[in-house]
Ligand binder design. Structure first.
Ligand SMILES: [Zn+2]
Length: 400
């Protein structure tokens, strides 16, 4: 993890007993941002009393979350003891469940990957995925016996619970809309569980592990079987009232265009998605593009034909996103083979004129993401770590 979002400056705390958890996060966040801090540094940075800091630091050391290092020499009185986060002080698990694969990651408290697993599946329902999730949670826990596991983040393709969109078409995952699923997962896994849409989790993955570590306002287009956008606005995730913000797959970009399974015509996902590419190439919906041969000239020509259709639709979507959100940049990533994604991005030029076409830009309007295909699972797991150590976590995750 390059760095967690630096939420302006270190947040100050309160001494009220009911805010103990908040104060704990304030201390952890201050230490995370600085790497090492003494109790005196913490008093100065957080405005908490020395007594409050002492109580919480003692508690965190006993839990193994903080490490104390050799005292610094010099000065009078007791030499100050630097404190740092213990990488092994907590673990988080993330899963990206999608149409053709389940990716699982195990992260330590610093957000570093300890283990990773990829499983091939085919449109798993909840009942089919649950035993796989449980098996791998067990496997991850066995890698760190006695470790403190903070929770499990699970990212799924959206949109969630939208009549006529969630369960139709080649990109829909059925069997995930039961409102009882979150509680059932929590009970079966016996750890806190957070469910997020894949594009939003990928956005956090790109913010923490990719090229967005300095960005406070960006859009992340994630091309999977379908298409979703993650929105990171004002230095926090924006997921909308029903967690469907950025579900732009069914945004009409070509009025009167291709018929969509949702009943509309000209939906973006009918042009830009792996499902759309496979359909254009005449492959079945579960074909694995991992076997794509970059030197196959016939196939290359057919991909070029797909780009002829896909590029105008994506330009239209980019124009809309830029006009509505005024982002610093738009990142594009996902499961397309890198060579095809690079061609897609090259072909987008010239982009339509918008409020984003300005000289002196710090970043290009469109960039390829860099967090890789694990970005969604990494982001989902990182959200559980943020829950432990970020005082702004709730605001970061839930704007409403
Ligand atoms: Zn549609």
């Amino acid at each position: 993890m390059k760095n967690l979002p630096n939420t302006r400056t270190v947040t100050t705390g309160t001494n009220a007993e009911h805010a103990r958890l908040h104060n704990r996060r304030v201390i952890l966040e201050a230490i995370r941002q600085s790497g090492r801090l003494t109790r005196a540094d913490l008093t100065r940075l957080t405005s908490l009393t020395a007594q409050t800091i002492s109580n919480i630091v003692t508690e965190l050391q006993e839990e193994g979350v903080l490490l104390a290092h050799a005292a610094e020499k010099g000065g009078r009185g007791q030499p100050p003891v630097p404190l740092s986060l213990n990488p092994e002080g907590g673990y988080s698990i993330g899963f990206h469940i999608e149409q053709h694969c389940i990716i699982g990651v195990l992260l330590n408290l610093l957000g570093e990957t300890v283990a990773q697993v990829t499983l091939t599946v085919s449109y798993p329902t909840f009942e089919q995925a649950l035993p796989l999730i449980l098996e791998h949670v067990k496997g991850f826990r066995q890698q760190r016996p006695g470790g403190r596991f903070l929770g499990v983040g699970i990212a799924l393709p959206g949109p969630f619970s939208v009549e006529g969109m969630t369960a139709v078409g080649p990109t829909a995952m059925s069997g995930w809309d039961d409102p009882a699923i979150p509680l059932r997962l929590q009970q079966e896994i016996a750890l806190p569980v957070l469910i997020e849409n894949d594009a939003t989790a990928a956005t956090m993955g790109e913010r923490l592990y990719g090229i967005a570590s300095d960005l406070n306002n960006f859009v992340h287009l994630f091309i999977g079987s379908g298409l979703g956008a993650g929105l990171y606005l004002g230095n926090r995730l924006y997921s909308g009232h029903w967690h469907n913000a950025g579900e732009i797959g069914h945004m009409t970009v070509i009025p009167g265009g291709k018929a969509c399974f949702c009943g509309n015509q000209g939906c973006l996902e009918r042009y830009i998605s792996i499902a759309a590419l496979l359909e254009h190439l005449g492959y079945p919906a579960d074909h694995d593009l991992g076997t794509w041969d970059a030197n196959d000239q016939v196939l290359n020509a057919r991909v070029e034909g797909w780009l002829d259709e896909a590029v105008p639709a994506l330009r239209q979507a980019i124009n809309i996103l830029e006009s509505v959100l005024d982002p610093q940049t738009i990142l594009i990533s996902g499961f397309l083979p890198d060579a095809i994604l690079a061609r897609l991005i090259t072909r987008l030029e010239p982009l339509s004129r918008s409020i984003s076409s300005r000289s002196g830009r710090q970043y290009p309007r469109i960039q390829m993401g860099a967090a890789g295909q694990d970005a969604v699972a990494l982001g989902a797991a990182a959200l559980m770590i943020l829950a432990e150590i970020s005082p702004d976590y709730e605001a970061l995750l839930k704007p409403e």
